[in-house]
Design a protein around this ligand. Structure first.
Ligand code: GDP
Ligand code: IMO
Ligand code: MG
Length: 445
């Protein structure tokens, strides 16, 4: 029987989604992306090989799997050319089994410029994602086509002139000082388009036909639920839909094939970029992309920092010990306690059937030498009231309310701790991660 499953992140991104996709991909025929673009940084570690993927689906490690990039994604032609070259140079074929929807649109150079100019408030990844999705909705601006679809670009060379015109038009309005050479950038886009020609599917029901022919699909969410453009912590979100149900819009398959929804969370929470993080430890305003870059924090005495009563020092220690730096951007991530109401909210909104919980091996770091791990079980509202319901309209919340769960002596023996988390979130935790590699997962009975 043909079916499709959807995997999404339940927190603020970087939960280790790619690791779980890489683990589960074996059981599917097609791994498909339905949202986002090169803003993603997905790490897969297998047999000592580590790959950071941004647009290519994380099933790429298996030579026999088909890969699909759906119309809901943002295609950066220049970046994907580099990414494919990087993967193929590691001896892994990509182009022979990659299909890209002709209905996807392309990131244009002015999208990136505008994102660099205006993305600071949200703390974007500067991949042009916001302006790209905005342009899709704008459709036409002063008779200029804003939404340039891949399938059309392939057939109409004059659309490259439209891209150049869009660039000049926006440059005149916003006065950005270009760091890119426009002609050079367009030449790279053209070369990548030509290189990808065989991968572009003009047949709009490509995935449906594959599924009807008996294939199974695993949809890979990029970003994560709390970064959904509508349901997340607006405006500190990405610009695509990250919800599981969007897989059937951006992934180009009728929803009737849906079988189950898989949620991925991590026990050591983090967030990169601006926006509310209710269980955050320390003060994110001290985070500096250079001072707190991985190489500049590496020499610090982590053991000592983890025992510090100064929350900023403690958060820094947690970041170093758990290697929480952006996979693609290298940005230092903000650190926080496991937020149970947030997880429950994500599970509820997305109808998550089972959870994979990564980074249990690092969960003991929160015990600060003791035998209890504090997790956030509720939030204190003003005037003493309390709630255990997360809301993306977070203004009313004063501070988190903690509950202690037992720590463990060895990650391989953390079943009791995982069981406590499972009871709190009320959904089956199918397996938990004790390291970055595909094999470092413990499946529960
Ligand atoms: P994604 O964007 O959700 O795919 O996650 P990222 O790749 O951005 O970040 C997850 C990071 O955690 C990567 O460096 C992974 O190698 C690492 N990781 C994943 N699972 C585990 C785990 O169970 N334990 C540890 N220590 N690291 C993990
Ligand atoms: P993966 O798929 C973590 C965050 C950015 C910023 C906000 C908007 O690896 O989990 P954007 O560039 O999308 O306009 O940025 O969203 N963000 C992510 N955070 N992981 C990601 O992807 C992210 N993609 C975007 O930091 O706060
Ligand atoms: Mg990531």
């Amino acid at each position: 029987m043909s079916y499709s499953d959807v995997l999404i992140g339940l927190q603020f991104g970087d939960e280790g989604k790619a690791k779980i996709i890489d683990l589960l991909a074996e059981d599917y025929d097609i791994i498909a992306r339905f949202n986002g673009g090169s803003n993603a940084g997905h790490t897969v570690v297998h047999e000592g090989k580590k790959l950071i993927l941004r647009q290519i689906p994380s099933g790429v490690m298996y030579a026999d799997k088909q890969l699909y990039i759906g119309s809901g994604c943002a295609l950066n032609l220049v970046q994907i050319a580099d990414e494919i070259a990087r993967i193929e140079s590691a001896g892994i074929d990509v182009k022979g089994r990659l299909a890209i929807s002709g209905l996807i649109s392309v990131i244009q150079p002015h999208h990136i410029e505008l994102d660099c100019l205006f993305g600071k408030y949200v703390g974007t990844t500067k991949n042009g994602i916001g302006p790209y999705y905005a342009g899709r909705c704008t459709r036409v601006l002063d008779q200029r086509l804003q939404n340039i679809r891949l399938g059309e670009l392939l057939m109409k060379e004059e659309l490259f002139e439209a891209i150049a015109d869009n660039y000049r038009f926006h440059q005149e309005i916003y006065g950005f000082e270009s760091e890119v050479d426009l002609e050079d950038y367009l030449a790279k886009m053209r070369a990548s388009l030509k290189n990808l020609e065989q991968c572009i599917v003009q047949e709009q029901n490509y995935l449906l036909q594959e599924v009807k022919a008996g294939k199974t699909v695993l949809f890979e969410g990029a970003q994560s639920f709390l970064l959904d453009v509508i349901k997340g912590t607006v405006p500190f979100v990405t610009s695509s839909h990250t919800m599981a149900s969007y897989a059937y819009v951006g992934g180009d398959l009728p929803a009737k094939y849906h079988r189950k929804t898989i949620g991925v969370a991590k026990a050591v929470m983090s967030r990169v970029g601006e926006g509310p993080f209710l269980t955050e430890i320390g003060d994110d305003s001290i985070l500096d992309p250079v001072k707190n870059a991985k190489q500049n924090e590496a020499h610090l005495d982590v053991e000592k920092m983890l025992l510090s009563s100064d929350t900023n020092t403690y958060a820094q220690g947690l970041r170093i010990a758990s290697n929480e730096y952006g996979s693609a951007t290298g940005r230092p991530r903000r650190m926080g306690h496991l937020d149970i109401p947030l997880m429950k909210w994500s599970i509820e909104c997305n109808g998550v059937d089972e959870v994979y919980l990564n980074k249990i091996d690092l969960f003991n770091l929160f015990a600060q030498g003791g035998d209890k791990i504090p997790v956030v079980s509720a939030y204190q509202l003003a005037e003493g009231a309390k709630t255990d319901r997360f809301s993306p309209l977070v203004d009313k919340i004063e501070r988190p309310d903690y509950l202690d769960i037992p720590s463990f002596s060895d990650p391989k023996k953390s079943e009791g701790t995982v069981l406590e988390i499972e009871k709190l979130v009320g959904t089956k935790i199918k397996a938990y991660g004790i390291g970055p590699a595909r094999e470092e997962m413990i499946f529960r009975s």
